[in-house]
Write a protein that binds this ligand. Sequence first.
Ligand code: CIR
Length: 262
Amino acid sequence: MQEGRSYRFTHAVCRKPGQSVANGISSTGIKADINLFAEQHAIYVETLRQAGVEVHVLDALEAFPDSVFVEDPALCPAGTAIVLRPGAESRFGEADAIAPDLERIFGTITCLERGRVDGGDILLTDTEALIGLSERTDREGYEALSPILEDLDYKPRIVETSEGVLHFKSDCSLLDSETIFATPLLTASGCFPGYRVIETPEGEEAAANLIRVNDVVIMRTGFPRTREALDASGFYTVAVDADEVAKLDGGLSCMSLRFQLN
Ligand code: CIR
């Protein structure tokens, strides 16, 4: 197992938001502003590049309003690509749509054969794959995915997604090989034994979804106490605006697949 494989990346895949992003699934009931969304997405892509990864930006898919959230139909562990089976009916076709792109980049891909799994429910650490059961991810999906991850030297483990949040990773992120950033609610469920946990400051739970990319922690603007806490813990943070993304229940991890290619 390679130390740091959960946050050392050479490449990423993103997808441009289409005009249809305004019709994406939203529990907030607030429509995203398409132009502002596109602006925030472009800055996000540029921030990934600044963090040292080569970003493939795929064309928008108007038929799939949520397809900008590429993290959900696939998973890219240990230099491989696994095409998943997204849990929302309107998003299921995103898996077939992204498969040829991943095949072009990775050469070969593996496809999940049964059950339902959204990538947003999977937190990879250097050694473990924490898979949150949720409205999008079921036990059958967990069972189908586990042997694939075991072959890549990850220990799969079932965890529970917090009540009222979309994905397991809506409430947590990886900061480094042994440190997790999570809401107190999720931490209290006891799902992070053996890890150091930094909790989101009170009132800043929505900052829990961030991404560590090489030496940079990319977080959302508007969460000053989170930034202070992470800076004080020795992390180098860069903040990007993702308010429009949040209107569709999205966060920072969901807009990219990040991986290492030799
Ligand atoms: C959805 O409900 O599927 C999208 N509107 C948001 C997906 C966010 N993805 C993620 O957190 N991994």
